[in-house]
Ligand binder design. Structure first.
Ligand code: N01
Length: 543
């Protein structure tokens, strides 16, 4: 253990949230240090280097809005940027704003303990370094704690095993190899078409079929770049006022009530270029079962028109849950890949994985010889990165205890019993149901004002109240019940890990309504947070 380093704010994670928090809070005169487990900035874009990794949100929207200079000087090459370009952008931001000098790389936070007397956090890392901070900002991401399947024999496989979110930094040559991929979520759907072109043979092990929308990616022309940059502020305003933060404004029309021909034309148009916008062709696709069924059927017809082999087609066609209830993939040639002679689909529902041997993967009815096994099996979403470290709040209670029945937050930002701890884009906020970059910036801006106000008022402790948190959790659940999300097995509902509590994790009320709620909380003097001053060594309530 080294002597603690003292700072006003300790931020955990140097992804887009942590970098933005550092820039904003440092800019208002606070001392800030960021702890980052990796060797560079970028967060998920530092780790997810698998072939085909790419953003599903348009580059111009999946980028910071806080600096007009940055907006104007950065030139995106593709409509949907690939991982190397996004990582270069993160690195550019870090260099441009001198962020690296306050980021400590290669430090995995292992514990955080709140000292009630001092109203400060003590944070330790895996190397034994210690920080002492008044405020702890968890900028750890919702999809950062990787999940590997519990498969017997995985450790004795003689070939290489890769998780998509821990892909090696050096190039991986798959030429002429027999490759297996487990997992057909967004990561699998992006990786499979690329890997299929490189390998001798690809076996895809699918447990569940999912819906996927074509990305319609392409290069950004100089004209398009100039056009976006000339009206960037308007573009941002539209995004902020759209339910998803992506800029798509659904009208009030219902898909079920629409004329079938008009509806098909609208779906076709969105399919041919809107990417994620397809989800917003009608306002009620995720609210009304009959409306949802029209979009689901349209997607199934698209799969049927692409996939030639009848059995493969049937296996790839999702049934039994609403379209979009589970996050759809956005792909470039995913279904087409299954028409290739060197690609084979294995149905794990019918024949589950039995084990892995040094040279193969065995299901209950067959053995598949493999040289490489790729795990596209996803994450312990929303709560994994927050619950893996030991976080101990007031009264010695752990966050794991507090969230044993699912995450409970106030506004997705604060947690009762954990004063001076804030989560950026945490569970209970729009987070993964939004353009997360926009949601990150919104949270950081709001938090920066809260901390500035608090410090100016001599407030040393800020804590979400139990009552406010209960009300918020109830509100989050009520909004979720208005939607079709709870009807799908998904990581939104905690279905990503066996035994995880089945509760709805993000906020489905939309970024515009959520923004209004945060503005109101601020106007009401941070209603729902207990604010305390220090008096003769004791913290006393302000109200
Ligand atoms: O993870 P997933 P992901 N045996 O959880 C299967 C974001 N993202 O990494 O559905 C067999 O979606 C699992 O099967 P099932 C995006 O938000 C963004 O693909 O549980 N299979 C599923 O098929 C995305 O939603 C971009 O039955 C097992 C797959 O593995 C999120 O990350 C790009 C299994 C996991 O799918 C996560 O995507 C990529 C087991 N034991 C990802 N365990 C962008 O463009 C799991 N599976 C920004």
């Amino acid at each position: 253990m080294t002597a603690p380093e003292t700072v006003d704010v300790l931020v955990v994670g140097a992804g887009f949230a942590g970098m933005r928090a550092l820039h904003a809070l440092r800019g208002q005169g606070m001392s800030v240090v960021v702890l980052e487990a990796g060797d560079d900035v970028g967060g998920v874009w530092y780790w997810n280097r698998y072939p085909g990794a790419r953003c599903d949100v348009e580059s111009y929207d999946y980028s910071y809005s806080f600096s007009e200079e940055l907006e104007q000087e950065w030139r995106w090459n593709e409509r949907f940027a690939a991982q190397p370009e996004i990582l270069r952008y993160a690195q550019h931001v870090a260099d441009h704003f001198g962020l690296r000098r306050d980021i400590v790389f290669g430090q995995q936070m292992t514990s955080a303990t709140y000292d009630e007397q001092a109203a400060r956090w003590t944070v330790t890392t895996h190397t034994g370094c210690v920080w002492d901070a008044q405020f702890l900002v968890m900028a750890v991401g919702n999809l950062s704690a990787t999940k590997a399947p519990d498969i017997a024999g995985l450790d004795i496989f003689a070939g290489r095993v890769f998780h998509t979110a821990r892909w090696p930094h050096e190039p991986v040559d798959l030429t002429g190899l027999r490759v297996g991929v487990i997992g057909t979520g967004s990561s699998g759907a992006q990786l499979i078409p690329i890997v299929a072109q490189q390998t001798a043979h690809l076996t895809v092990f699918q447990r569940s079929a999912n819906f996927s929308i074509p990305a319609c990616n392409g290069p950004v022309s100089d004209e398009r770049d100039a056009e976006v940059k000339a009206a960037y502020a308007e573009r941002r305003a539209i995004a902020q006022n759209s339910p998803s933060g992506l800029g798509f404004m659904p009208d009030r029309a219902s898909a079920a009530a629409a004329d079938p021909e008009e509806r098909r034309a609208r779906f076709e148009q969105a399919w041919a270029g809107a990417g994620f916008g397809f989800l917003f062709t009608y306002h009620d696709l995720l609210l009304d079962e009959a409306s949802n069924a029209t979009a689901a059927e349209f997607c199934r017809e698209k799969i049927a028109a692409i996939v030639k082999d009848p059995r493969t087609r049937e296996l790839l066609t999702p049934h039994g849950f609403p379209f979009g209830g589970k996050r759809p993939s956005v792909d470039s040639g995913y279904f087409e890949t299954f028409n290739r002679d060197n690609v084979m689909l294995v149905d794990l529902r019918a024949t589950p994985i039995r084990d892995v041997t040094p040279t193969s993967l065995r299901t209950t009815d067959a053995e598949y010889p493999l040289d490489v096994l790729i795990l596209a099996t996803g994450f312990d979403a929303f709560t994994g990165a927050l619950l893996r470290p030991d976080i101990t709040g007031r009264g010695g209670h752990s966050l794991r205890e507090a969230w044993s029945t699912g995450p409970r937050t106030y506004l997705g930002l604060g947690v009762a019993g954990f004063p001076n701890l804030f989560v950026i884009a945490g569970p209970g906020s729009p987070s993964l149901l939004s353009n997360v970059l926009l949601s990150i910036e919104h949270h950081v801006d709001w938090l920066a004002v809260l901390l500035r106000t608090a410090v100016a008022d001599g407030i040393v402790e800020i804590e979400a109240t139990e009552e406010a948190q209960d009300r918020w959790v109830e509100h989050v659940n009520r909004r979720a019940q208005e939607t079709l999300y709870p009807r799908a097995p998904s990581y939104y509902m905690g279905d990503d890990l066996p035994g995880k509590p089945r509760v709805f994790m993000p906020y489905s009320g939309g970024v515009r309504d959520y923004r209004r709620i945060l503005e109101q909380v601020e106007r009401d003097g941070y209603e729902g947070f207990a604010l305390r001053r220090s008096l003769l060594g004791e913290t006393v309530p302000v109200r």
